[in-house]
Write a protein that binds this ligand. Structure first.
Ligand code: DGL
Length: 279
């Protein structure tokens, strides 16, 4: 018996994208929480970082990536990048006919649930902080909550250099985070895809009484719900011969692969370079 149209639809992969390697922390959560789902990941390694670029540029890049992912026949898309979610998600949602979610809303929601004293901190790239988006989402949900945001631009290069457990990272973290401790936040959103990798260092500085929210975890949960609500869940693990995860980048596939293997327990077979500006 052949596969029904609905089954075919459910067997299509999830598109996940980021400015580079950071979104792998989100892909990893999706792999853990939705093991039946196939993933097509795109990392924009030629144009990273997004966190210091303008809204127009980030939107243009994100749009090209969404077009590419649609050529891969994806059934849903996850903007696994805080900066792209902050700057481009509204436009992308309007233009795209497959469901698309970002990482900001799920992170904001989790933080509201976690806070007890109504003081939430957000650490992110300069772009995400200046977009004010975490602030907006949180206030929309609960106007009594105070939000303090802090850009931490040095964290991304520290993570990419592999200095996850290093006195330099602890020192920089202390400089960035002291003001958040001083205002007495009890919840801190790791509002950039790279930050979960230095969660231990951030936790050491903030102390045990501060809850760290990883939007990657919440995003995978929201994706699960979205697939369920739209009848798009894959009911079984894809058959033999079907590639579960595929990776594409815009440059430097070897470097990406090495980094990916330090994050994902699943060893990635290969990453393919594509010309993203053609899309
Ligand atoms: N992925 C980006 C984010 O989550 C961080 C890296 C970048 O600046 O491109 O905001």
């Amino acid at each position: 018996m052949g596969m029904s149209e609905q089954e075919k639809l459910c067997n299509r992969p999830i598109g996940v994208f980021d400015s580079g390697v950071g979104g792998l922390t989100v892909a990893r959560e999706i792999m853990r929480q939705l093991p039946n789902e196939r993933i097509v990941y795109f990392g924009d390694t030629a144009r990273v970082p997004y966190g210091s670029k303008s809204k127009d540029t980030v939107t243009k890049y994100s749009r090209q990536i969404v077009r590419f992912l649609q050529t891969q026949d994806v059934k849903a898309i996850v903007a696994a990048c805080n900066t792209a979610s902050a700057y481009a998600l509204d436009e992308l949602e309007q233009e795209t006919d497959v469901p698309i979610i970002g990482v900001v809303k799920p992170g904001a929601k989790a933080a509201i649930e976690a806070t007890r004293n109504g003081k939430i901190g957000v650490i992110a790239t300069e772009a995400t902080v200046s977009s004010g988006i975490y602030n907006r989402y949180i206030k929309e949900n609960d106007e009594n909550v105070t939000v303090l945001s802090k850009a931490c631009p040095l964290f991304v290069p520290l993570v990419e250099e592999g200095l996850w457990e290093d006195p330099v990272t602890d020192e920089i973290a202390e400089r960035y985070l002291t003001e958040l401790i001083d205002v007495g936040i009890d919840t801190l959103i790791l509002g950039c895809t790279h930050y979960p990798m230095i969660r231990a260092a951030i936790g050491r500085i903030m102390g045990e009484s501060v809850t760290l929210v990883n939007p990657a975890y919440e995003t995978a949960r929201e994706l699960k719900q979205l697939l369920h609500d739209n009848g798009l869940e894959s009911g079984h693990r894809p058959g033999l011969g079907t590639e579960l995860y595929r990776f594409f980048v815009s440059d430097a596939a070897d470097k990406f692969q090495k980094f990916a293997n330090s994050i994902l327990t699943y060893g990635i077979l290969s990453a393919k370079v594509i010309a993203i500006d053609k899309y």
